[in-house]
Design a protein around this ligand. Structure first.
Ligand SMILES: [Zn+2]
Length: 132
């Protein structure tokens, strides 16, 4: 069921620029109309300027005019020994930019875990919190 999106995420992983960590990540967002958007982690010598694969993929999706309601699922894959889960910044970003109940497919090529943003970031800070 998730084989295609996982394969596309691994294609994106090949484009990772990770000379510092050596940890390669790829991501693929699938929209409801069948369009895919890829992202890879892009590191920087100024480590804080690094951008994660899943953020790059969802930003590409939005940059092409798609919005939260259009996102059907995301796959995030890595070459680590264990399945990689999104970092805290990515959890915050994804919780705002994609529906909380759509599949988040995590894989390292050996194991796959399907979760969602509700599970990954319960009690998320969101726009409702800005109301005074
Ligand atoms: Zn991240």
């Amino acid at each position: 069921m998730y084989d295609e999106i996982i394969a596309k995420a691994f294609e994106a992983l090949k484009n990772a620029y990770a000379p510092y960590s050596g940890y390669h990540v790829g991501a693929c967002v699938r929209c409801r109309d069948g369009r895919y958007f890829l992202g890879a982690n892009i590191e920087n010598a100024s480590y804080g300027a690094t951008s994660c694969a899943e953020r790059n993929a969802i930003f590409s999706c939005y940059s092409n005019g798609y919005r939260k309601k259009d996102v059907e699922m995301i796959a995030i894959v890595s070459d680590g020994e264990r399945i990689g889960t999104p970092c805290g910044i990515c959890r915050q970003v994804l919780s705002e930019l994609m529906p909380s109940d759509v599949p988040v497919v995590l894989s390292n090529g050996k194991e796959t875990l399907v979760t969602n943003m509700q599970e990954l970031l319960p009690m998320a800070f969101d726009s409702e919190d800005l109301i005074r």
